[in-house]
Design a protein around this ligand. Structure first.
Ligand code: ZN
Length: 419
């Protein structure tokens, strides 16, 4: 780990160039050992905590020299139990030239929960003088659960304030704000923030179709429909159920794989991982991967999806995933490219979402050049037509459909880059 900073001319005094080689996602073990130092831009480095003030709620801001990813310190925020706290940093108040143009960037904040439990956390990019219209789309971030004592990365887009047409104004950001609500009954929250990073977004939006649980309709319905356009998807299978009634067979999985699909792990038996002891957790996560490899499904065995859509991995599970997988999906919302948190790539539920809403998600992703991952399950009845129409719409829009392999195998789309 090393630090390099210099004032960046042209974009405003506040922006520093920071080189980070080990700023990993939710799991420090998802690191890229041989990656080269990348120059990334840092929107806020929390080296001057006096720039931050409490906007709302009772909470305290301090410098913490004992904890930092880069630089000499991080910002430590202490929030009393149950309190809803906002802190903010206004560029102008700090003699930083504003507004700042953040369009075209993926933004993420690195943080470490030290104590307590968070009910919700959001990062805001404010254009106006007042913090209004605070909720936008699926704005609330998926935190990495309430795992304590490790640096995590949250990539989220929550613009506040909009233009007359209701579009977020990314090009004129004046204030950064963080909202953290401490869970009632779980003690005070102590949380540290370090880099607020920005990475250029690739020139186009991408869409991935994920199917959970290994239903045979992945093959009989989805594979057929997607093949018409030359698209491939991702099937997360419960490996102990392969070949069961209504589930994919090894032959079907192998055909899908040779047609470009990724066949990933959705554990051995689909348990609530947090309810198991560590030995059983390891078995579910690791043995399912081994079984995929034994079936000749190596390419997709690099990907994991936690059962029950959980986004609150317990520490041990995160460690094991980090050790054995390149990328794991969890939680809800739009994903960004580059991927800023390999352990928690969010998805949007396709099941139960109307075609109209699906189309608007696709429109937003296309407009903001996001990575939209749809997650579906078995496909029967009206869902078949809805899926055909979804795929037609994606094709009509000319959006690129990618598998997870296509993302991780392209160095530029994952941060930090993988060797
Ligand atoms: Zn599932």
């Amino acid at each position: 780990m090393y630090l390099k900073k210099k004032a960046l001319l042209g974009r405003g005094l506040f922006i520093l160039l920071v080189g980070i080689i080990a700023c990993t996602g939710c799991s420090l073990s998802l690191s890229a050992p041989d990656s080269e130092a990348e120059e990334i831009e840092c929107l806020a480095d929390f080296e001057t905590v006096a720039r931050w003030r409490v906007h709302k709620g009772e909470c305290t801001i301090e410098a913490d020299r004992a904890q930092s990813i880069e630089g000499k310190q991080s910002l430590r925020l202490t929030i009393p139990e149950g309190e809803d706290c906002y802190i903010r940093m206004d560029f102008r108040e700090n003699l930083i030239s504003a507004p700042v143009d953040l369009s075209g960037y993926s933004l993420a904040v690195q943080y470490m929960l030290q104590r307590g439990e968070i009910e919700l956390m959001s990062f805001y990019y404010v254009t106006g003088d007042r913090m209004t219209d605070l909720y936008y789309g699926a704005g609330l971030v998926d935190t990495c659960g309430n795992d304590t004592g490790r640096w995590m990365t949250s990539a989220s887009h929550v613009p506040a304030n909009f233009d007359a047409d209701g579009n977020p104004r990314w090009d004129s950001i004046k204030t950064l704000a963080i909202r953290v609500k401490a869970e009632a009954g779980s003690g005070d929250v102590v949380i540290n923030f370090d880099n607020w990073i920005m990475l250029p977004i690739p020139p186009e939006c991408m869409i991935t179709f994920i199917f959970d649980d290994g239903f045979s309709t992945d093959f009989t319905v989805a594979h057929g429909i997607m093949s018409e356009y030359g698209y491939a998807g991702v099937s997360f299978v419960i490996t102990e159920t392969i070949g069961n009634d209504g589930r994919l067979t090894i032959e079907q999985l192998q055909t899908m794989e040779s047609d470009g699909w990724d066949i990933g792990s959705h554990t051995l038996t689909h348990p609530w991982l947090e309810d198991l002891d560590e030995t059983a957790q390891t078995l579910e996560v690791v043995k399912s991967k081994e079984q995929l490899i034994e079936c000749g499904l190596e390419r997709g065995s690099r990907f994991f999806c936690a059962p029950h859509g959980t986004n609150s991995y317990v520490s041990h599970v995160t460690d094991v995933i980090g050790e054995h997988y390149l990328l794991a999906t969890a939680g809800g919302g739009f994903a960004t490219l580059p991927v800023l948190n390999r352990a928690h790539v969010p998805r949007i539920a396709w099941d139960g979402t109307t075609l109209e809403d699906i189309r608007s998600y696709i429109d937003v992703a296309a407009e903001d050049r996001l990575w939209l991952i749809f997650a579906a399950h078995s496909m029967t009845g009206d869902d078949v037509t809805k899926f055909e129409e979804t795929v037609d719409y994606v094709h009509e829009m000319g959006i690129r459909v990618v598998t997870l392999s296509e993302v991780v195998d392209s160095m530029d789309w994952v941060y930090p880059p993988m060797s």
